[in-house]
Design a binder for this molecule. Sequence first.
Ligand code: DSN
Length: 429
Amino acid sequence: MSHLSDQDPELFKTLEREINREESTLELIASENFTSQAVMEMAGSVMTNKYAEGYPGKRYYGGCDFVDEAENLARNRLGELFGAEYTNVQPHSGSQANMAALMTFIKPGDTVMGLDLSHGGHLTHGSSVNFSGQLYNFISYHVSKETGRVNFEEVARLAKEHQPKLIICGGSAYPRFIEFEQFKEIADSINAFLMADIAHPSGLVAAGLHPTPIPYCDVVTSTTHKTLRGPRGGIIMMGKDFENPWGKIAPKSGRVKRVSELIDSTVMPGIQGGPLMHIIAAKAVAFGEALQPEFKIYAKNIIQNAQTMADEFLKLDYQLVSGGTDTHVLLIDLSNKNITGKAAEYSLGKAGITVNKNMVPFDERSPFVTSGIRVGTPAITTRGMGNSEIRQIVHWIDEAISDPENEVELALIKSNVSELCSNFPIYVH
Ligand code: DSN
């Protein structure tokens, strides 16, 4: 018996049900993954007990020797993974990493540009219901209708017209490589800062299979739990640290601070208190895994699986935004399939296949209904699935989407899904 089952059988049963769900269904949410047992061991460890406000060597609490070791390992491994001189591993999430980066580089009311949420951006890139859209004057750029890729003519035109202080590139439903170099040219032309949010492809970047933002961007943020396959959390990096270029936000007296010091103090005490030391230590474990040669093979397989999936969907007359993918994510426009994203998500759920409804560029439906679904391969690739499983999965998806109210058919797919999953166990061996 585990401690949890002894003490709290009710929650133990909930945990068992979640383990069973993860083991027996197909996880195609592009932002999810299955982290290793080693990462979970650290995330569930006594490091959760420690208060450690501050940074290694400069804490506001005693007893920090070992959490300092863990945070230093996390920072150093992350720097090595991405070739970054500065790293901060304390943000609790990607949203908090973005908040800290924005609050360091710009002031409330400043103009910023980001990819529209319905075109593949992220809530923190200027959505009106998010702090970003409320504190800053965000101007959204879009993808082109013809190509599904960022419309750089529009980006250049909006940049010239609105003179933003900062441009964000990256997003959460953009199937193509992020075009850091083109963004850099435009940012330089108006003397704006360039920030990359690589929350989605960071594992592919770490493996050298997606272009790196490091030489082009002033600041780079990411989550740690998507393609990077670590614990849930956020990070901030800079390729090179530099001196504060804005006299106006430097302290009125005293020395000019380096940007690294400004980011550190925006994260803590600016927007966070005590860091989650168990998660920071687990990030260190995950970065250690991502530095191993096997991680490159894993990342290569993620992309290969996504491309096989794209080919199979195209054969079945599905419309893929941008016509395919360079990464782990596919954005499928279901407009020609007589089903909404919401209904597809629901029926696929009944068939044991988990996806999320997603707006597609120029969508006329609301975010609660949508015309598309987003599908990703990081989690099923972690299970070891490859080409033949991917082909089978696409056929099941097509069957469910073609006859979404056929409960008997959906139940049959679910049972076949469960059988397939039992051949690719995640944690239960
Ligand atoms: N919610 C994440 C995603 O699914 O992409 C982004 O924060």
